[in-house]
Write a protein that binds this ligand. Structure first.
Ligand code: KG4
Ligand code: ZN
Length: 334
């Protein structure tokens, strides 16, 4: 069979990224322009600034990825783009670029869900095998799914309020750590001990998650300490938070191992970059003789390679879309 080259575009948040992926697996070129330093000045992503920066970066990122891969647009077989979930203004920049390239070069257009992209990132360096459990942990989502085959998902549970990444970012902000919060909270947690008594999320009989109680408890604790003029130990608080937040993920995955008998776990999304999460999931998988898949750091956070990989099964099924494609409010995986 002839090799298939997909140009993939990702612009859902604060990274403008393009990749060229061969046969849904080999990343021939990857370019990522990150806006982190700009948003760090404001303590979080400013949507208007994000979309403007995507507009400025997009043609440069295209030139960069083509030159890295030493290929031309004419060599591509399809254009894939993230259509949801994400910041609408940011998504639109990538979608318009994809539609324009598709029209000019007469290539089919493929729409990819960002979260499904995170899951497929695991297919770059391993081979996804089904059925598997998929834990999606990002800035906007916390979901536990069964993946039965390509694009066939069954949701076991999701967060009822805040996503785990969001909780990391809020905790970072309230204890005075810079954006992006997740990696900084992890750094502080590594130096601290679990000395604060924080409430455990109590969603025992379901697969659902809840992080707003934990987040609020920390905000209250910090404000009360400030009012009393007491010092907070940032290291210990970060550690106490991280222990509770990650242990909750472990508990739910353990329940799923017991109840489904599935022996494979894929962890996906920005929070999968967290080393404590990786260690705890590895221990759990060892206990249940299950296989653990977590992408390497580059593919844990937002990147277009995962979009190119996730687009491949759609390419094979000829699931193409027309130019009415827009940033969608239909964000669900299933
Ligand atoms: O997947 P992602 O890059 O963007 C979304 O799709 O949301 O995830 C971003 C989230 C942020 O909340 C960030 O703080 C978190 O992932 N994150 C981490 C770590 N690295 C990124 N959380 C905990 N530990 C990390 N090392
Ligand atoms: Zn993401």
């Amino acid at each position: 069979m002839k090799d298939v080259y997909i140009l993939a575009i990702e612009s859902s948040c604060d990274e403008t990224s393009m990749a060229i992926v061969k046969n849904g697996k080999d990343v021939i070129g990857l370019s990522i322009a990150t806006q982190i330093d700009t948003h760090a000045r404001y303590g979080g992503v400013v949507p208007e600034i994000a979309s403007r920066m995507h507009t400025e970066a997009i043609t440069l990122v295209l030139e960069d990825v083509l030159s890295k891969a030493n290929m031309k647009m004419e060599d591509m077989d399809a254009i894939a783009v993230t259509y949801a979930p994400g910041l609408t203004g940011s998504l639109i920049v990538g979608i318009e670029a994809a539609k324009t390239l598709s029209l000019i070069y007469d290539k089919p257009l493929i729409a990819v869900n960002h979260l499904i992209g995170h899951i497929y990132a695991n297919n770059i360096e391993s081979d996804l095998e089904f059925p598997m459990l998929a834990l999606v942990v990002s800035g906007g989502h916390t979901e536990l799914l069964i993946m039965e085959s390509d694009y066939k998902f069954k949701r076991l549970g999701e967060t009822l309020d805040d996503a785990i990444g969001e909780a990391y970012d809020k905790v970072a902000r309230v204890i005075g750590l810079k954006y992006p919060g997740g990696p900084n909270v992890e750094k502080y947690a590594k130096e601290g001990t679990h000395s604060y008594n924080l409430p455990k999320p109590v969603m025992d009989d379901t697969y659902n998650f809840s992080y707003s109680g934990l987040k609020s408890a920390i905000i209250n604790l910090v404000h009360n300490a400030e009012q009393r003029g007491e010092e907070i130990n940032k290291y210990d608080l970060a550690r106490s938070f991280q222990d509770v937040a990650i242990d909750e993920l472990v508990r739910k995955v353990e329940k799923a191992f017991k109840e489904t008998g599935i022996k494979r776990l894929v962890v996906a999304g920005g929070v999968s970059a967290n080393n404590y999460l990786k260690e705890e999931m590895q221990k759990l998988c060892d206990k249940y003789t299950a296989e653990l898949f977590i992408p390497r750091l580059l593919y844990c956070t937002d990147n277009a390679a995962m979009i190119g990989v996730a687009a491949y099964p759609l390419y094979l099924k000829k699931e193409f879309c027309d130019y009415s494609l827009n940033a969608s409010s239909h964000t669900d995986i299933c």
